[in-house]
Design a protein around this ligand. Sequence first.
Ligand SMILES: Cc1cc2nc3c(=O)[nH]c(=O)nc-3n(C[C@H](O)[C@H](O)[C@H](O)COP(=O)(O)O)c2cc1C
Length: 171
Amino acid sequence: MNAIEAIFTRRSIRKYKQIKVDNEILELVLKSAMYAPSARNEQPWHFIVIDDPDLKNRVMNAHPHAKMLSEAPVAILVCGDKELEISPDYWPVDCAAATQNILLSAHASGLGAVWLGVHPRTERKKAIREIFGLPSHVEPFSLVAIGVPDEQKDQPERFKPERIKRNSWNS
Ligand SMILES: Cc1cc2nc3c(=O)[nH]c(=O)nc-3n(C[C@H](O)[C@H](O)[C@H](O)COP(=O)(O)O)c2cc1C
């Protein structure tokens, strides 16, 4: 699958077969995250792989829209490290790029994934910080639930030509 096809056919997948995710594919997905662009190439991220059922349960209880974690064989917590930043306050932007790379790489590898928002929701961040023992300079950014897809979704129409301006807002 090429990059364009991956972008257009990726959808949020929330149902998974009860099959383990291959470790090599998981590593490829994590490597893809680390190839994301970042401000001044600061690469301020850390990734926590979550495959422990008790931990997944605790996360589900801390996050109001994460029920699919009970079925997902694995999840990745994307974190930003403020001590690794070169350009202040860019860590969420960098982590968003890394999260998108995870979604696209998982999809291109035949897996299904969904982005679960953590940052900037203070209550979710506090609970997740406690569950994973994050130090104060490390911010939880997103969770990505991943598994072998057990649902198929069509490609929606999202192209809105009227959202494109040329050279000026008033064009
Ligand atoms: C910042 C962000 C937070 C999201 N949080 C959740 C979430 O908590 N739970 C969930 O099921 N989906 C979540 N999603 C997935 C969106 O619902 C999904 O991307 C959107 O509906 C578009 O569908 P698609 O991903 O299939 O194109 C999130 C997506 C983003 C980008």
